[in-house]
Design a protein. Structure first.
Length: 270
C-alpha cells in the first residue's frame, strides 16, 4: 500500500500575500490611483533651463494665444453677421409700420377736414368758445362760478391769503423800483439843471467873445484903410498880414455864432 504523500500547497499565492511580501515603499499594480503618490514636478520646473523654455513652452504659449485670438475674431464676426441679419429683417418691418402710421395720420386729417366742411357752424362755435376760454377774464369768471363754488371757505380763505401775500410782495418790488427810478430822475434833473446853467454861462461867454471879435474886425478894417493911404512896399506887406488876421477873425465869429444857435435850440436862454 503506497504511503500517502502529504499534499503540497500548489495554489498560487493570492494578491493579499503578494501585497504583504512587497515592501510598503514600492508601488503595487493593484493599488488604487488615490493610493499612488503623485510625482513632484517642482524641482523639474525649477531646474528647467531657459533654452528648453524658449524651444518648448514659448511656442506653445504663442500658439495658444493665436488660437484664442482667432476664436475671439470668429465669435465677433458671427455676432456681427447675426446683428446685421437681424437689422436687415427689422428694417422692412419698420418701413411698413411707418407707412401704415403715415397713411393712418393723413386719413384722419382728411376725415377731420371733411367733418369740418360738413359741420361749419359747430366748428365755428367750438372755436369761438375755445378762444373765449383762452382769455384770462372769462376763464376766471367761469372757474369762480363752477369749481370755485365747490371749494370750502377755508380753502378759499387760504387762497385769498396767498394772493394777498403775492400782491404785497409785488407792491414792495414796485415801491423799490419806483424809489430807484425817482432817485435817478432827481439825479438826472440836477445834472440837467447844472448842465443848463453851464450852457447858459457858456453862451454868455461866447457872446462876449463874439463882441470882442467884432471889435477886432472893426479895428482890422480901420487899419486896412490906414495902410491903403500909406505908399510903399512895407505897408503892402502889413496890409496882407492884417487881411489874413481879419479873415481868421471872421471864421472864428462864424463858429461862435453857430454855437450860440445850438445852445438856443436846446431851450437855454442866452
Amino acid at each position: 500500500m503506497a504511503s500517502e504523500v502529504p499534499s503540497a500547497n500548489i495554489n498560487p499565492p493570492t494578491s493579499s500575500s503578494r501585497t504583504a511580501e512587497v515592501p510598503s515603499s514600492e508601488i503595487n499594480e493593484f493599488s488604487s490611483p488615490a493610493q499612488l503618490p503623485l510625482p513632484s514636478t517642482e524641482p523639474h520646473q525649477r531646474n528647467k533651463p531657459w533654452h528648453t523654455y524658449i524651444s518648448e513652452d514659448l511656442p506653445r504659449t504663442v500658439q495658444e494665444s493665436t488660437d484664442s485670438a482667432i476664436r475671439s475674431a470668429r465669435s465677433f464676426q458671427n455676432s456681427s453677421s447675426f446683428h446685421l441679419r437681424s437689422l436687415q429683417v427689422f428694417l422692412p418691418q419698420l418701413s411698413s409700420q411707418y407707412k401704415a402710421y403715415e397713411e393712418s395720420f393723413f386719413q384722419k386729417v382728411k376725415d377731420a377736414v371733411g367733418i369740418t366742411r360738413e359741420h361749419q357752424t359747430l366748428v365755428g362755435g367750438v372755436s369761438a368758445v375755445t378762444a373765449i376760454m383762452l382769455m384770462r377774464g372769462p376763464r376766471r369768471f367761469l372757474f369762480r362760478n363752477t369749481l370755485g363754488r365747490l371749494q370750502s371757505e377755508e380753502a378759499r380763505y387760504n387762497k385769498a391769503e396767498s394772493n394777498v401775500k403775492e400782491l404785497s410782495i409785488s407792491v414792495d418790488l414796485v415801491k423799490k423800483e419806483s424809489k430807484k427810478l425817482l432817485e435817478r430822475v432827481a439825479l438826472a434833473h440836477r445834472e440837467m439843471t447844472h448842465g443848463q446853467s453851464e450852457l447858459k454861462n457858456a453862451g454868455i461867454r461866447i457872446q462876449r467873445l463874439a463882441k470882442a471879435v467884432n471889435k477886432a474886425e472893426a479895428q482890422a478894417s480901420d487899419l486896412m484903410d490906414l495902410l491903403r493911404e500909406i505908399p510903399g512896399r512895407e505897408p503892402i506887406k502889413l496890409r496882407a498880414e492884417v487881411a489874413s488876421m481879419a479873415s481868421h477873425l471872421h471864421q472864428q465869429k462864424s463858429a461862435l455864432d453857430k454855437r450860440v444857435v445850438k445852445i438856443s435850440e436846446l431851450g437855454v436862454p442866452v
